[in-house]
Write a protein that binds this ligand. Sequence first.
Ligand SMILES: *Cc1c(COP(=O)(O)O)cnc(C)c1O
Length: 473
Amino acid sequence: MAASISGIGIGLGLSCSSNLSKSLHSSQSSGFRVKMTVSVEDKKKNYTLQKSEEAFNAAKNLMPGGVNSPVRAFKSVGGQPIVIDSVKGSHMWDIDGNEYIDYVGSWGPAIIGHADDEVLAALAETMKKGTSFGAPCLLENVLAEMVISAVPSIEMVRFVNSGTEACMGVLRLARAFTGREKIIKFEGCYHGHADPFLVKAGSGVATLGLPDSPGVPRAATFETLTAPYNDILAVENLFNSNKGELAAVILEPVVGNSGFIPPKPDFLEALQRLTKENGTLLIFDEVMTGFRLSYGGAQEYFGITPDLTTLGKIIGGGLPVGAYGGRREIMEMVAPAGPMYQAGTLSGNPLAMTAGIQTLKRLKEPGTYEYLDKITGQLVQGILDAGKKTGHAICGGYINGMFGFFFTEGPVYNFDDAKKSDTAKFARFYRGMLEEGVYLAPSQFEAGFTSLAHTQEDIQKTIAAAEKVLSKI
Ligand SMILES: *Cc1c(COP(=O)(O)O)cnc(C)c1O
């Protein structure tokens, strides 16, 4: 079932919708189009990163830290990043010609596999008609209908260009609707890089060890209150001391931005009760979990419907997209239906809509999440077993296409628990895996992702690589 790896680390104890717990027989899984059957064998004999090194050295003079998003720079795992030439299915190739099994998936979007033939064909067709209209197009209706029918909380949706933008918009909306300014966020949860959220944020901020960022005015975070994840008492205290002032509680319903951390049983339910009682809006930031934990996201998986939801990553199918949505009465506050202003030159552009539509179509086919459950379960169990066998403290867990493990005894219920991980060991493990042809997120504090293109062979190779590397570090 899509839940915990028993006995080790994170116990999920999830109450999930039972239709997701069916397991798929291996004979059925052959229905998924696997684009590449490639071999990583014997590639590492001459594992060199010379071209990557040259390219990255040049990049460092051109862009801050050589990258356009911090975690890509590999700072927390040492060495320097590999520079990518191409991706296909579950694999990627760097500019030195090395091949990797990829568990980053462009940080989530690539859930049906990279550079899917049908997505590429649809994009090529759309492109013939142009790349941006700055005016309404039919494709927006199509994706909006798909999102609305999939995600329980969403009756109306606004498309934007990134998860960050989605979270900025939803925050303004929550404040506009409630007429209140304070919000609660959780330590280690990442909601993009907008000022009000850069307080105890996870992801790159966690990786770099920055408690927050210079340049964020105190006034911008003054109304942002924080609590440890999974700590309902701390949330109750905040509600008690800020009666009638809280606009929203925002969270990752399953944390991915300080490593994989699922909610304790009843945590989401308690948040729903508290927010309802206090006239506060509950916001699920499903930029990562949307269409990944199930077709209807974490809210469908756990059966808890928030007031508002943010999406991103998967719904853009590899192109830049974000979205926020929720109950009609709230969404109708958004301009031009209502007075809350938010806009975007490229929002709803036909290319991003097309990639999103094609990706969701594939995900909607029967058996997809069961397949993700099966292969991700095998992967995580294999890594944890390998860790045990080689005497490492390790814990981990997964839900369908999202997983994580920490080099610590566990259990991990929040960011402070996660920070007990042996990050130096993770760095050694990381470099070892890279050499074995396995590309993981370059930080202990990021979740991993599988896709429909990952094969049994990929999983078995990854487990074998993990065993080999774990026995050496
Ligand atoms: C990735 C992510 C964001 C930010 O999305 P961008 O597209 O990178 O701006 C926000 N929230 C969560 C939960 C995310 O995982």
